[in-house]
Design a protein around this ligand. Structure first.
Ligand code: BG6
Length: 494
């Protein structure tokens, strides 16, 4: 099914996101013939550019970042247009509306518009208001949709305010909040793995699962994003959105249908069941860290405080490890451990389901209880796939048990094409399907859980920011979060 004819209007089109993610994803959709017949992109920004200059700039992005690099992109690039104006000034929107309506006639896009906010968050309340002043937020004939990039607020209060601001001018069904993790093929596969196999779901609860671990690590620092990151930190940048979303997909109940309402209802129920972490016990549940100067693979790397745009006395966390519980029927008493950080040994996102150990350790030579604990590792990236670990007899005398792997890699599906997250999400919005976008109530529920932790950090300077040398798995104390004689899984080793 192809989307209806339309124009995609990008606010902040001269920025990095447009060049690195949006336009390459559109080029890939174009080459798969998934874009409508009558389609155009109208880039907006303060930078003065002609259509030609915009196309040249985007052409570099496509060459570098599109999956189908080898293709000829001229036909696609011809569909890109640019209009320069000050998007902060309501009085300038009339000129923009005129240009949009003119382009609509030229292209034949039938008055259908998607507005993409690839701007700094300070613009989020303004743009919908100015669009509404021009009557662009609704139409009797065409569709009007609004895509918003994270961050959705800075804390609970600002997230609620943002929802309020957006909902003044657009209905919830018109608002598409992007969490690019939901666009990842392997994240969607979590639902398929859980709900299309009879063997997992009966075990997927407190009776059979001992604990759940979610890790999303990166082996790079904050790079050129120091200014943004120092205000944000790992909790806002990764945990509040991506990691809680992954947790929700692991923990949710089966939806009644595969549609936006059913799936998003189940996601929000998990987020609403997160047991609040008491402000005075934050250190027992959450460890924060910051990478320090070190040598990684023989090379000197800067510490976080030496990065450009970062306050030399910054206490912003580049690492978070935390333990929490989901207070509902299925998960009562099962600890969830999540961990994320910059400048760790490797880039990996994976979910590990640790099943309960056998009730009795029959094979006496098997001294390590861990061996008897089956694990299922769902690898989101890279090397996407699924790994099951279980004990087998070592051939020979006696009954020695050894862990073996049953391992599936997406790469084994031959040349199956894995679309990028933006490709999938943009196409879904064009088709009017918000299933893989975050709903306002889910965003607020996630903030409600995170907010007291951020407040405790802010109000109590005694809560430590642990230094950790770049290239390590974060502060050692994060191991103490895990109960018993267990540790985090170190994803470099299988
Ligand atoms: C973004 C964060 O949302 O996700 C970045 O702002 C982070 O700091 C990125 O690097 C990670 O995404 P991915 O898809 O590379 O895992």
């Amino acid at each position: 099914r192809k989307p209806q004819n339309h124009i995609l209007v990008i606010f902040g089109a001269s920025g990095d996101l447009t060049k690195r993610k949006l336009i390459p994803a559109l080029a890939d959709l174009y080459h798969q013939e998934l874009l409508p017949e009558n389609f155009a992109v109208l880039g907006l920004g303060r930078t003065e550019l002609s259509d030609e200059q915009f196309r040249d700039k985007m052409s570099d992005g496509v060459k570098e970042f599109a999956s189908k690099k080898e293709r000829e992109h001229n036909d696609f690039l011809d569909q890109l247009y640019y209009y320069s104006f000050n998007t902060k000034e309501g009085s300038e929107y009339e000129g923009f509306r005129n240009r949009l309506e003119e382009l609509d006639k030229e292209v034949g896009s039938e008055g259908n518009f998607i507005f993409y906010l690839a701007t700094p968050p300070s613009m989020y309340p303004l743009v919908p208001k100015f669009l509404a002043e021009q009557g662009l937020n609704k139409s009797d004939s065409g569709f009007r949709r609004l895509i918003v990039e994270k961050p959705f607020g800075y804390d609970l209060e600002s997230a609620q305010q943002l929802n309020c601001d957006l909902l003044k001018y657009f209905h919830e069904e018109q608002i598409y909040r992007i969490d690019h993790y939901l666009g990842k093929e392997t994240v969607q596969n979590l639902l398929v793995t859980r709900f299309s196999n009879g063997i997992f779901e009966p075990l997927w609860n407190r009776n059979f699962i001992h604990h759940v671990e979610v890790t999303s690590s990166e082996d790079i620092g904050v790079g050129g994003r120091g200014g943004y990151y120092d205000d944000s930190g790992a909790m806002r940048d990764m945990v509040q959105n991506h990691l809680l979303l992954l947790t929700s997909l692991v923990a949710m109940e089966p939806p009644t249908l595969v549609n936006a309402e059913s799936i998003r209802n189940e996601i929000v129920k998990v987020l609403q069941s997160l047991r609040p972490i008491p402000k005075d016990k934050v250190e027992d549940f959450v460890i924060r860290g910051q990478y320090t100067e070190s040598k990684v693979r023989g090379e000197d790397v800067k510490g976080y405080r030496q990065e450009e745009g970062v306050d030399p006395k910054s206490r912003t966390e580049t690492f978070v490890a935390m333990k929490f519980f989901i207070d509902n029927w299925r998960w009562a008493g099962v600890p969830f451990y999540i961990r994320t950080g910059k400048m760790l040994p490797t880039r990996v996102t994976e979910i590990v389901i640790h099943f309960q150990p056998t009730p009795h350790h029959l094979f006496s030579e098997d001294k390590e209880i861990l061996r008897q604990q089956n694990q299922m590792v769902i690898r989101i990236q890279p090397d996407e796939g699924l790994l099951m670990k279980f004990g087998m007899k070592v051939p020979g005398a006696g009954f020695r048990v050894q862990d073996v792997n049953m391992d599936f890699h997406y790469s084994e599906l031959g040349d199956t094409y894995l679309p990028s997250a933006y490709e999938r999400l943009l196409l879904d919005c064009m088709l009017g399907d918000p299933t893989l976008y975050s709903r306002g109530d889910a965003v607020e529920a996630a903030w409600k859980f995170i907010d007291p932790i951020l407040k405790a950090w802010k109000e109590n300077p005694c809560i430590k920011v642990h230094g950790y040398p770049g290239g390590t798995w974060g502060p050692d104390v994060s191991d103490d979060l895990i109960e018993g004689n267990m540790t985090w899984r170190y994803p470099c080793k299988n």
